[in-house]
Design a protein around this ligand. Sequence first.
Ligand code: SF4
Length: 509
Amino acid sequence: MTDGLLICTPLGFEARAVRRGLTSSATTVLRTGYGTVRAARVAERISRSRYAQLAVMGVGGALSADLKPGDLVVATSVRTSGGARGGRPPRSDGADIDCPSAVLLAGELRRAGLTVHLGPVVTVDHLVRKAERAELAETGAILADMESAPLAGAAGGRPVAVVRAVSDNPDRPVAGIVSGGLAALRSLRKAAPAVERWASACASRDVLLAGPRSFCAGVERAIEIVERALEQQGAPVYVRKEIVHNKRVVTDLAGRGAVFVDELAEVPDGATVVFSAHGVSPAVRAEAAGRGLSVIDGTCPLVSKVHAEARRFAADGYTVALIGHAGHEEVEGTLGEAPGSMVLVQSAEDVAALEPRDKIAYLMQTTLSVDEAADVAGALRSRFPQVRAPGSDDICYATTNRQASVRAVAASSELVLVAGSVNSSNSVRLVEVCERAGTPAYLIDDASGIELSWLAGVTRIGLTAGASAPPAVVSEIVSALSGLGPVSVSERVTTTESIRFGLPKEVRH
Ligand code: SF4
């Protein structure tokens, strides 16, 4: 046997479907035979082979009608079960075999346009009927087959993936196998190239974590405000805009009863509304007061500080140039503090286009790139030598620290992954910092967003998270990478943070 990817397919028609989809002649497809006994026999040989990665591909029976024929299941783990025959409950034989990189492969398959479910697969030694499927589903498994567990067990410490295409489900059991099987085989064929990309991404790696990373004090405070409001007042609690710019955080809070709205008009009279960490303009506060809404202000105190500076400069007769990005909620809120006295500048070109002014000051959005903001501030100082600067840095400590730490990590990495959402300004800036340093960087909401082609040939990966991205996402990414080969994790800490902000009185107790 040789190094490379070995794909085990139990039956001939499954092997043919997979072979038709392959793009590389280096991949070996092995027909292993039907059922647990044959699979165990072949597994014994595979366990002694020199293949570098092992994938199991074939069709299988879904345990829920939510999974349709042709859908793919990527196993997060596989285990054997004696099934539930004769009124006995399902019997689990042996430990689960984990497939940590399943989330990466599932993301790749979804990007290829396939419908993919992630979850445990159970291997049984007989065909399962409808009632038994329900019992197996209660164990948490989402698909049953008759070969995956022994074959996957042969991987030992090597990377392993299990991809099964649904041929039938409890609503269309064995009688539907023929039509469902055709759909399943089509999906197997389409899945084969993604499995090859998964194998190409497998390697031993160093992962270098940037420190600090992930939640800042303002984000922790904003999330805690919504959580406490839900605890104290019960659902629903309305939140104007995303409480912080992160998909995971928003989805989680929405699942617990937070209702995110774009405008106050969507909040019922008399309800409680939380303002997001990015702040609001005085016009929004006035609207809420006029409507008699009960407001809890989640605005980060460091954003409120910029608002106060804008009011002070405007009251003193200054024109205030706000360095920031058009359309960002924080910028809209700050501009609203003194609409007649403020002007947005996004670049040195915008500065050049400003009318001459006697009294001019500048402020900054809190989440800008330190380097770019310095360029624009420099252009303002050249054009208006008398320009007043903010009393202290507007770009907040969290933004500054995360940019410094990712810059240090990028210098030692071939590639940097930044956990954060596309609408998160500080996360996008982290990507830009890496790119300015000459290191490719990608913004991902979670591990499923990692394209496997990015990882091919890359053995030193930097990893950080924007101020609104949960720490758990970083752990999940490390875990997923460990499914592609041994991972050595270290951390480069450029500074430590201890800042905490107090909660507003409405939710303090
Ligand atoms: S990134 Fe900075 S300004 Fe924004 S919420 Fe966090 S601490 Fe506050």
